[in-house]
Each structure stands twice: as structure tokens, then as C-alpha cells.
Design a protein around this ligand. Sequence first.
Ligand SMILES: Nc1nc2c(ncn2[C@@H]2O[C@H](COP(=O)(O)OP(=O)(O)OP(=O)(O)O)[C@@H](O)[C@H]2O)c(=O)[nH]1
Ligand SMILES: [Mg+2]
Length: 297
Amino acid sequence: MFRSGFIAVIGKPNVGKSTLINALVGEKVAITSPKPQTTRNKILGIKNGQDYQMVFLDTPGIHNGKSKLGEYLKKSTESATNGVDAIMILLDAGKVNTFDFDLIKSYENSSVPVFVVVNKVDISSYEKLYPVLAKLNEYQFVKEFLVISALKKRNLQEIERALLNILPEGPAYFPTDQYTDKNLRFMAAEIIREKALLFLQEEIPHGIAIDITTFKEGKNLIDIKADIICESDRHKQIIIGKNGAMLKKIGTSAREEIEKLVDNKVLLELFVKVREDWKENKNTLSDLGYNLKEFDD
Ligand SMILES: Nc1nc2c(ncn2[C@@H]2O[C@H](COP(=O)(O)OP(=O)(O)OP(=O)(O)O)[C@@H](O)[C@H]2O)c(=O)[nH]1
Ligand SMILES: [Mg+2]
């Protein structure tokens, strides 16, 4: 019997949703970073087994961003839980608070099984964990509580087991050699953004977006040009860095990773552009891959 289904992975920013999905799928489907609000789109991570296909939906961390971009992120997450076969709420073991409890509670009347997964146990103590687990036990409607480390790949087989218990019989929804729904162009933009998140500090990472302006696949080389969109001249200066050092660092690191992904040489040219209101302008947002119309019925 072949089982298949969709599983939405939701939770606060930075709890490790993308890290978990990458670990489960065994491929880098989504970028991750130590900074909150890394994921901006709904991204599918497809785990193909002998007799199952699990399709995980990575989602932006839930928070109350007031911009048009914030609205897009919120809708991405909300829409991800529609029509799925299971919902997995991820918590950071060391940072569980009322927001998490309220989130769990909001799924009390869910028509599909709800799992609560406590992540990052590798950096949490049992003294901290016990009161959390005791409190979680009050939520009788939750199908199972699981304690894992996505980063150390600890207890992930428990997630697989728990899901196989509830997934219905069904077909493979995607070709079994496919592990995401996103194309190379999207992945390239995300990798550039990941490196920017990694190397840039403070508020700047959240104020940038990547626009791939050229993506030409030749036989021996892929030619990629991309704009790093930011919100002010001051940010632009910081992203470029002294004598272009920062931009070079982001570019080199991104190029190396894109080359591995495409298994080809890559020529990557980055430009920095200021568009003060990109987070508020619906058309600009749409051009950058954050199209609010996706959610219109
Ligand atoms: N120590 C430890 N760190 C983890 C674990 N899982 C994730 N992390 C780290 O937590 C940070 C956030 O991980 P992400 O996977 O980007 O978190 P996310 O929930 O997808 O975040 P958003 O996309 O912003 O909502 C990264 O620095 C990860 O390396 C874990 O099990 N243990
Ligand atoms: Mg993420």
C-alpha cells in the first residue's frame, strides 16, 4: 500500500521549520539562518520513500508584520494549512511561550491530525523541558508530541513513523525524483538572500529582496545577474561594503553554493538597487515573487 499526503509545518520565526524540512527531505529545499523571518514563501519539500510520499509545506514564521510584505507572509502561512493531511506545529524548546500555546490551541478543532514537535533539544536542558512538556500534555486533541533536534537530526525517524500512522493511502503527487516545487531561478535567489542574511547585521537583512534579472543556462556556464533590492542609500553602502568587500563576500559564497546545486560553472553578478517602498508596493512585491493575488479566490 502506498501512502501520501501534505503536511504543513508552522510555528514562530526561527524555531527551525526550514532546517527540519531540509533534514527530513535530505536536500536543501529552503534556506535557513540564525535570524528570524528567513522564509518568505510557501515552499514544498518532498520526501520520497519506498511506499510513501510526504509533501512538507515550509512556511514563513508567524509574526505580525504590518507591511504589505508582512501581509503576504501571513497569508502564505495561513493558506498552507488549507487542505493538508496533517499540521505540524514546531516549537523551540528553549523559547516556548504563550504565543506557542495559543497557536496550538487555535487548532483545537482541526479536522486533520495536529502534531506538536519540540525542536532544538540539543541546546535545552531537561529542567527547562519538563514544565513545557507537562503543560503541553493538557492539549488532549494533539495526536502526538515529539521531541527532536532538526540540526543534529535526532529523533527524525519518530516524525516519519508518526506521519505514516495517519497518512492516507494515495498516489505520488509528484515525480518521485523531485524534492521541491521551486525552480533553479528561485533557488538561486534564495541562496543569495541566505548569504546576505548570514553576513549582514541588524535590520538590513529584513529590508532586502533579490531580483534575478538574467538566468541564462549555457552548456558550460550559467550566467546569472541579480539585483539586491534594499530600502535606503545607507543600506546600499553597507551591502556593498568597503571597496565592494561585502558584496564580493556575498557573491562568492552564493556562487559556490549555486554551482554545487546546478553542477555547473556559474557566473554571478550582483548589483545593489535602492527601492524605498518595495515592501509596500504591490507591483514590486509581485515582481519579486511575493504576489498577494496568489491568495485571491
Ligand atoms: N541548536 C539547534 N539549532 C537549530 C535546530 N534547528 C534549527 N536550528 C537553528 O535555528 C536557526 C533558525 O532555523 P530555521 O530553519 O531558519 O528556522 P525557521 O523556523 O525556518 O525560521 P523562519 O523561516 O524565519 O520562520 C538556524 O540558525 C538553525 O541552524 C536544532 O535542532 N538545534
Ligand atoms: Mg524558514
